[in-house]
Each structure stands twice: as structure tokens, then as C-alpha cells.
Design a protein around this ligand. Structure first.
Ligand code: UD1
Ligand code: UDP
Length: 366
């Protein structure tokens, strides 16, 4: 693992695996993310056994790929008696973890398998990363029935596909009920009167003009609704931060912050009226908290949430974002339909299923 969402989604599996006495789970952190990752390891009280520390400022996919491959390669050259390598999702760390496992002929288990948009450039490079993990993996943990069907359609044998739910719900449910200390700035905006819109955005395909449109739309909304406040925790990617600050810094009722700790972010989700995001994890978490999500992308690999009504794809056009947000702010019935839609992504027991199935596979019982 290497990025914020991988740590959140892998942590419950590691914790569960370590509870099962006969599993020794080691953590290889590529260090694709630094600060964002440290915060998550701290939250889950986990320490990497290996830290490749590959992150560089504004890293390109070429150099990132080379550094991660060499780093994992070195670890596996020294110790190749792992029975299984787990990778999660679709980041560069996940894809290369699988590839390196293949080079050493170690079985790979893929958590969150079978997500597809069918558009190879959206999300970029994640759609291809996850597709490339599929033929390498020996065991596929699909979060939903639809994801399992995608894998079957690609020729994966049914007995190696397990429908488990998404471990992001395990992490969320284990953390959501607790009371947390909030950062003073976050506390202030949460307690200010008014309806809160929580926004996150970081996808590579949204860099540049799409981000400008999104940020202009937020400005339009804040001018149109005096009872609306906007909280935008900025991803550490400089491509996101610079553009956001240019358009939204020091605007009334808009707060740009550093990335929030997982605890602060969960609390902000609980306080929000609407969430706008291009994040994968947020699309899965928000329906559990009954918060409508306007998806700032042209496609999603999470159509289950669109079908239940919890998510709506609004793209990145300024005018459409303002219209769709206004609809939810003005029309209580439209809001209720989205907020009350069921969560299709899991029941909080995904990591238990994953560990059970992995053990069965390793004992030759599948
Ligand atoms: C990565 C993943 C994306 C995932 C996202 C989750 C790839 C190619 N991208 O995108 O799939 O959805 O993480 O957040 O795998 N940075 C820091 N400190 C950090 C983290 C990032 O400063 O702790 C900055 C650095 O300048 C870094 C840049 O962000 O070079 C980009 O990081 P990178 O991991 O390449 O891409 P993300 O946009 O974070
Ligand atoms: N998150 C967080 N703090 C923030 C923003 C997001 O803890 O300021 C958490 C959020 O709860 C979710 C995960 O980070 O579980 C999503 O990560 P991200 O959007 O970076 O990646 P993606 O899910 O799009 O791959």
C-alpha cells in the first residue's frame, strides 16, 4: 500500500488477519504518499514493516512507477517466502504490488476487485491499473455483485471471486461513533449556522480547466446562498492546491484547509448537508451516513450508488454543478430521495470475509 485510501481500506484487513493467530501480516508501505499516509497509519495504530519512502514533489507516473517497482523488487528478492500478497484498489502502488508478486510467482489477492468505468482514461490511470491487476490476481475480493459480474465477464473463474462488501465501511463503522477533538478551524465552520457543503477533489483528469470550473461553481453557490458554508480540505497534490487557492482563498463562508485527519473528516461528513467529490472512497462512505454525493466526474466505477439514488454524476461543468446543487438545496423532496437511499457498499464485515476466504485459499479449500 502507499496512499491514503489504501491504508484506510487495508487497515481493517490487517487488524483482522493479525487477530487470526496463525497469520503473520507484514505491511509494505511504498511511501507513494507521505503526510497523508502517516496520518492514517497513526489513526489505525499500524506501523509499516517496510517503508520505501518513494514520494517526491509533484511526482510523474514514470518515475513513481520505476521507484516503486525497484523498491518492492528489492524487498521480495530478500524475502520471497510470502504465501500471499494483498493489494487494494487501483493506485500505482497497488498495480505494482501485484506485478512484483507475479514476477516472484507469489499469489496475489486483490481487494476491491472488479470496478470498471470501461473508459481507459477515466479515472486516469486507475482504470488501467485495476484492469491490469485482474489477470495477475489469484483471488478477487469484489465489493459488490456487479463488480463480481464484471470479473466473470472478463473470464475469471467464479470460484476465485468472493463478494465481500467494501472494507471502507468496516473502517468507517469502527471509527464513526467516537467523539473526536476537532481542529479549531474545522470546529468553527461546523458550528457556524448554515448548511455545510463538504468538497474533495484530486483526480488527475480534473487538473486544469475542470478544477477551475468546479471551484468557480463553489464560488457561485456561496454567493447565491447566504446560509451555505463550504469546507474544502485540500489534497496535498500541488495541482489541486494552487488552482483552488487562486479562486477560493479568503472568500466568505468558504474554508480551505489542509487534508483532515480521518476523524475530522468523518465528523465533517456527519455535519454536512451535501458532499461533492471526485473521490472513490467518499462515494462509498457517504451513503452510509445518509449524505447525498454530487460526483464531480463524467463517469463512475461505483454505479451501485447511482442506482440506489445516493450518488449523482454531475461532471465538472460550472453551470451544471450550480444547478444540481441548487436543486438539492431548494427541493426538500429531491434531497430526501438521495439522503434516504440505502448504502450498497457493505455491512462492516468485509475484512472478516476476506481473511476467511484467503485462509481457505491458502489451505487449498477453495
Ligand atoms: C494517488 C493515486 C490515486 C488515489 C489518490 C488518493 C495514483 C497514480 N494515484 O493520487 O489513485 O485516488 O492517491 O489520494 O496512484 N503529496 C504530498 N504529500 C502526500 C501525498 C501527496 O505532498 O502525503 C503530493 C506530492 O507532491 C505528490 C503529489 O501529491 O507528488 C501526487 O501524489 P500521487 O500519489 O502521485 O498522486 P495523487 O494525486 O495523490
Ligand atoms: N479523507 C480524509 N481526510 C480528508 C479527505 C478524505 O481522511 O481530508 C478520507 C476519506 O474519508 C476517504 C479517503 O480519505 O476514506 C478517500 O481518499 P482519497 O479521496 O484521497 O482517495 P480515493 O478514495 O479517491 O482513491
Amino acid at each position: 500500500m502507499g496512499t491514503r485510501p489504501e491504508i484506510i481500506k487495508m487497515a481493517p484487513v490487517i487488524i483482522q488477519a493479525r487477530k487470526e493467530g496463525n497469520i503473520k501480516a507484514e505491511i509494505l508501505h511504498t511511501g507513494q504518499h507521505r503526510t497523508l499516509a502517516e496520518e492514517m497509519f497513526k489513526h489505525f495504530e499500524l506501523t509499516p514493516d517496510y517503508d520505501l519512502a518513494v514520494m517526491q514533489e509533484n511526482q510523474s507516473l514514470f518515475e513513481l512507477t520505476a521507484r516503486i517497482t525497484n523498491g518492492i523488487g528489492e524487498v521480495l528478492e530478500k524475502n520471497s517466502d510470502y504465501d500471499m500478497i494483498f493489494v487494494q484498489g487501483d493506485t500505482t502502488s497497488a498495480f505494482l504490488g501485484a506485478l512484483c508478486g507475479f514476477y516472484k510467482k507469489i499469489p496475489v489477492a486483490h481487494i476491491e476487485a472488479g470496478l470498471r468505468t470501461k473508459d481507459k482514461y477515466s479515472p486516469f490511470p486507475e482504470e488501467i491499473n485495476r484492469r491490469l491487476v485482474t489477470p495477475i490476481a489469484s483471488l478477487h475480493f469484489a465489493p459488490t455483485k456487479r463488480a463480481a459480474e464484471m470479473l466473470l465477464a472478463e473470464g475469471i473463474e467464479e470460484k476465485y471471486i468472493k463478494i465481500t462488501g467494501n472494507t471502507v465501511i468496516d473502517a468507517l463503522l469502527q471509527s464513526v461513533e467516537k467523539d473526536y477533538d476537532l481542529l479549531p478551524g474545522v470546529e468553527r465552520i461546523l458550528e457556524m449556522p448554515g448548511r455545510l457543503i463538504l468538497v474533495t477533489t484530486h483526480r488527475r483528469e480534473n487538473f486544469g480547466e475542470p478544477h477551475r470550473q468546479i471551484f468557480q461553481a463553489l464560488l457561485d453557490i456561496s454567493k447565491k446562498y447566504e446560509d451555505v458554508k463550504i469546507l474544502l480540505p485540500l489534497h496535498l497534490n500541488p495541482n489541486v492546491r494552487n488552482e483552488a487557492k487562486l479562486i477560493l482563498d479568503d472568500k466568505p463562508r468558504i474554508l480551505l484547509t489542509e487534508p483532515l485527519s480521518y476523524r475530522n473528516f468523518i465528523t465533517a461528513m456527519k455535519y454536512s448537508t451535501i458532499i461533492m467529490s471526485d473521490s472513490g472512497g467518499v462515494q462509498e462512505e457517504a451513503p452510509s451516513l445518509h449524505k447525498p454525493v454530487l460526483v464531480l466526474r463524467d463517469s463512475t466505477e461505483r454505479p451501485e450508488g447511482v442506482e440506489t439514488g445516493a450518488l449523482k454524476i454531475v461532471g465538472t461543468c460550472r453551470k451544471t454543478i450550480v444547478e444540481e446543487t441548487s436543486r438539492l438545496l431548494d427541493d426538500a423532496e429531491a434531497y430526501k430521495i438521495m439522503a434516504e437511499a440505502p448504502n450498497p457498499y457493505g455491512d462492516g464485515k468485509s475484512s472478516q470475509r476476506i481473511v476467511e476466504e484467503a485462509c481457505k485459499y491458502l489451505r487449498g479449500l477453495n
